[in-house]
Design a protein around this ligand. Structure first.
Ligand code: URA
Ligand code: SF4
Length: 218
């Protein structure tokens, strides 16, 4: 359990190969309690990659990212921003569901991944991005943003503008600089679901996503 790197195939040619290898990942303790690895999904030629935090309860059972309530909201926002979710590759920083069970054991409560778990899982995201070479990356929430830009990055401090990516100063070994990609930071769909002023946050998410969509046009 010393990180995912030793499970990542050296010469993976396809996302399918990565997904299959990730099914057997034991790079951190999270595989033990979860049902299955939830790898990224979407077309290999996708120009835009949407990156969340980690699978939730529904995703853990279905084996697909953003398949639950947050995913429904994301679908709606993405479509309203002018993009078909089917044209985007959707993934997470951490590939296993982290949760604690309630006293009765009936419900599984989501827990945020810590730095060690994020770091352990990062080789999968790096391998995905190296194969996909998207033009635009969308960080959905702080976890994804920190994974891509470093621990001091915040959504509130960087949303609303397209940033160059990768940042040559941050983890160049994981994300070699091939130039030209753009990163957009926005809030996590779950933050919209939890908010009191849901509508305002939702509109903000859509507005951010519109910037990402605009960046895709030549
Ligand atoms: N939240 C995430 O960050 N990712 C998912 O796949 C589902 C909910
Ligand atoms: Fe491997 Fe990531 Fe799952 Fe940990 S969370 S076991 S590093 S796939």
């Amino acid at each position: 359990e010393q990180g995912a790197q030793r499970y990542v195939p050296d010469q993976a040619a396809t996302i399918g190969e990565l997904r299959e290898a990730a099914n057997g990942c034991r790079g951190c303790h999270l595989y033990r309690a979860a049902t299955q690895t939830v790898f990224g999904a979407g077309p290999a030629h996708a120009a835009v990659v949407l990156i969340g935090e980690q699978p939730g309860d529904v995703e853990d059972r279905r084996g697909a990212p953003f398949a639950g309530p947050a995913g429904k909201l994301l679908d709606r926002a993405v479509e309203q921003a002018g993009l078909d979710r089917a044209d985007a590759y959707v993934t997470n920083v951490v590939k296993h569901f982290k949760f604690k069970s309630t006293d009765t054991g009936k419900r599984r409560i989501h827990q945020n991944p810590n730095r060690a778990e994020m770091t352990a899982c990062m080789p999968w995201l790096a391998a995905e991005l190296c194969l996909l070479r998207p033009r635009v990356l969308v960080a959905l929430g702080g976890t994804a943003l920190k994974a891509l830009l470093g621990p001091s990055a915040t959504v509130s401090g960087s949303r609303g503008v397209l940033m160059p990516w990768p940042d040559a100063a941050y983890q160049p070994e994981l994300f070699p600089d091939d130039g030209g990609a753009r990163l957009l930071a926005t809030i996590h769909p779950s933050a919209v679901l939890r908010a009191v002023d849901r509508d305002a946050l939702y509109e903000g998410l859509v507005a951010d996503l519109r910037l990402a969509v605009a960046a895709l046009r030549p």
